[in-house]
Structure formats: structure tokens, C-alpha cells
Design a binder for this molecule. Sequence first.
Ligand SMILES: [Zn+2]
Ligand SMILES: [Zn+2]
Length: 152
Amino acid sequence: MEDISCSDTQDTVKEIFANYMKQKGHRKTPERFAILAEIYEHNEHFDVETLFVFMKNKNYQVSRATIYNTVDLLLGCGLVVKHQFGKNIAQYEKAFECSQHDHLICQSCGRVAEFCDPRVQQIQTTVGELMEFKINYHSLYFYGICKKCQDS
Ligand SMILES: [Zn+2]
Ligand SMILES: [Zn+2]
């Protein structure tokens, strides 16, 4: 899979988040920006506990409540997406446009694989135009058995 990264992403997402909080009347605390920056440093899916540990390892003092609250705000402005892969606890990941992809979930081992196929985006655009629908995002999951599980 291709790893698409944008150099100015950190600045751009910070600006989007700042504008969103201003618009919604939320306090622009350094903790919230630190959490956003941490999320955008990683490419993997994460849960709140993982994020809490990342911050803690950097000696950054934030409570789980602050993380939950900030992730909620980030969901609200579309900078983070929430996934429910199988029966696991909710996973999140950054969602700024440069990392567009969809997921395959193994029903045997729970492994989550990512793929990026521009045709998915094309369908979204075409359907949106045809149906005169302003589409904000899509959610597409393929469930099945991964190669490793098929072989064992
Ligand atoms: Zn598997
Ligand atoms: Zn993903």
C-alpha cells in the first residue's frame, strides 16, 4: 500500500481545529493541540488508551477524560474518524484528506488491513453529483478471512 503523507499537514489540521473550536465556543487549550499533534504523528489506528500511553511516554500530562473530550471534538470537525472493527473497542485514526483509505477486517484474527483505491473516491463523487447530495464522508468495510488465516 502506498503511504501518502503531506508535509504541511500538522499546520493545516491545527488551523482547522482552531477555527472549529472558535466557531463552537470551545477553549483552545494547549492540551487539545498536543493531542491533535500526537494523533497526526502516527499512521496506525489507535484507541484512547494507546493515545494516553503515547502522551504519557512523552511526559505530557493529560487525563483520559481530556483525551476523550478532545477526540470527540476532532470527530466533530472531521479530523479524526471512528472505527468499530469487529467486536473490539472503538479505534480512531486521523482523517485529513491526504490519507484516504478503506479497510479489510479479518473475521478470524481481527487483523485490519488498509487499501487505497481511487475508484472508491470516484464512486463517491459520481453518486454525489447524480443524487445532488453533498457527501461528507463514507464508511466502507470488507469482512473476510486474511491470507495468514486461510493458510493455517
Ligand atoms: Zn486473519
Ligand atoms: Zn485506517
